[in-house]
Write a protein that binds this ligand. Sequence first.
Ligand code: PGA
Length: 257
Amino acid sequence: MVQSSHNMRALVVANWKMHPQTFRQARALFEATKKAAEAASSIDIIVAPPALYLHELAITYRGKRIRFAAQHAHWDGAGAYTGEVSLAQVKDAGARLVLIGHAERREMGESNDDTRKKVAGALKAKLTPILCVGEKVRGASGEHFGFVSGQLRAGFDDVALSALARVVVAYEPVWAIGSDRAMQPRDMHEMAIFIRKTIVDQYGAGGHRVKILYGGAVDAENAPVMLEGSDVDGLLVGRVSTDASEFRQLVSAIQKA
Ligand code: PGA
């Protein structure tokens, strides 16, 4: 029997994006995030700070409740890539996970083939890849399903069955990211089932080991509804994760639910 990844522990990824503007503010936000994490024992919290802050936050953190993720890393081991950071470098800086193919990176030119190389590279570097997928628009005839399955197929192309338990998929419809409103829970559940089915079609029952997250306008109000009774194991949170009090409320709402 294959055990499903779905369990009672929710995963919350705090994607700080290009915030805050100074390390001093980052330190303060991290202190607040730590307090929120300590009060929420049933939630696994991952902080994805800007690459520049990662090392200092990670080496001075003594707790066990938080793990770190990089927001991005280059697929190649080393080389002439001005401005890039490598998977090995973010790992050495303290990251245990790495976001791959976030919609904002795809918008800057990251391709499906890049995500394939990065997911494989992350697994090789013993980092957990968080492969981000999501459609830009929804069509009446369901084109968004084909779009997402194309992103999944590419991202998983070099992933072995034995590595599936170490892969996370974050479904983020591009139109919900940064918007006022998350998507309808029903539509999200439908897509989560579709994502699961796509992976299971490719790998068999082992596909149940992949964790699935939802992201896009997540807040304290919609978070419990998104997690309730669904195939979703956690949330990828942007704006709310950079506001100490909103993040505390979010985490406590999930903890209560
Ligand atoms: P948001 O961003 O929560 O601000 O909508 C989510 C994301 O892009 O990960």
